[in-house]
Every structure is written in C-alpha cells, then in structure tokens.
Ligand binder design. Structure first.
Ligand code: GDP
Ligand code: MG
Length: 166
C-alpha cells in the first residue's frame, strides 16, 4: 500500500512536530526534481506494509484575501490528487478564521479528510468531547483522531487508520 497524504493546518498547530515524530531520522529525502511548487514532499514513511508520502500544500493556510486565484487553484488541485488529507488543528484553541477558511476548501473536495486534534496533552478529557462535537458540526470527516505530536500519544493509531485509506 502506498499513497500521498497532504498535511494542512494553520501555523503552530504542530505539523512539523508531527513530521519529526513520525519520520524522525528515517526521512527519505527526495530529489529536487520530485519537488514541485504544487506539492513539497515533507517526508516518506516506509513501514512493513505501507508507504506514506507526506506533502505540504502551499497556500492553503493563507487567508482568502491574500490568495490569488492561481494559488487557490493549485491548492485545490493538490487536494484532489492526494489519497487523503490530514487536517491538523490545535484542540486547545477554538476554531479560528484560519481553520474556517481551510474547512471551506475541504468541503469542496471529495478526498477523505482526517481531522487530527493535536495537543490533547493540554486539555482535560471532557473537553475533548466538546471540541469533537464542535468540529463535527462544520463538515463530515472520514476520521477524527486525537493525538499529541509532542508526547507521541495515539500516533500509531493514526498511522493504522491512514493505511485503511491508501
Ligand atoms: P507547525 O507550525 O504547524 O509546524 O507547528 P510546530 O510543529 O512548529 O509546533 C508549534 C508549537 O507547538 C511548538 O512549540 C511545539 O512544541 C508545540 N506542539 C506541537 N505539538 C504539540 C503537542 O502535541 N502538545 C503540546 N503541548 N505542544 C505541541
Ligand atoms: Mg511547521
């Protein structure tokens, strides 16, 4: 099994921390040729039974007014072409404008979207359920997975779920 996963989320939600945790030193650097403006490979995770290619989608976390039509088109095309989208949010912060903007884009794609609620180490378990309900009202997610990228909580579960979609 092999597939492309687009990681999106506004700044500081923990995307880089997640990549470091998951890929760590096993990061396979792709040649510059493979890197296009459309999709920048952040890392490749190879396990016994799957290969996951994580890509960054430029332009997707910018507010609407700062995005040209061209960049918008590129972002949308990327989301269409990947096997799944990992939308990461900070569970310790309320849904912001940046998140709403991304959600609007996500609604326009048929690609399965994983909602990854990061930083669960910062909240009480009761609060987690409240946050999940809030996000469920915004759109339909293929899966909702709470994690802590920093503490490595539930990462294996997330990767197992990914494999089901590749
Ligand atoms: P990015 O901008 O989405 O790539 O976010 P970063 O990975 O750079 O993380 C932003 C900040 O959040 C850093 O200070 C991280 O240490 C912190 N952070 C990331 N993941 C977690 C987490 O699961 N729990 C906590 N408490 N902090 C986190
Ligand atoms: Mg980063």
């Amino acid at each position: 099994k092999s597939g492309f996963i687009s990681i999106i989320g506004r700044p500081n939600v923990g995307k880089s921390t997640f990549m470091n945790k998951v890929i760590g030193h096993k990061v396979a650097i792709m040649s510059d040729k493979a890197q296009t403006t459309r999709n920048k490979v952040q890392g490749v995770l190879t396990t016994d039974d799957a290969q996951m290619i994580f890509i960054d989608t430029p332009g997707i976390h910018k507010p609407k007014h700062a995005l040209g039509d061209y960049m918008m088109k590129i972002a949308k095309n990327t989301l269409k072409e990947v096997d799944l989208i990992m939308f990461m949010v900070n569970v310790d912060e309320s849904i912001g404008k940046g998140d709403e903007y991304i959600i609007e884009l996500l609604k326009q794609t048929k690609t399965p979207v994983f909602l990854v609620l990061n930083k669960i180490d910062l909240i009480h378990p009761d609060q987690l359920l409240v946050e999940i309900e809030k996000y469920q009202k915004t759109m339909e997610f293929a899966e909702i997975v709470p994690i802590s990228a920093l503490e490595g909580l539930n990462i294996e579960t997330l990767l197992t779920q990914f494999k089901r979609y590749l």
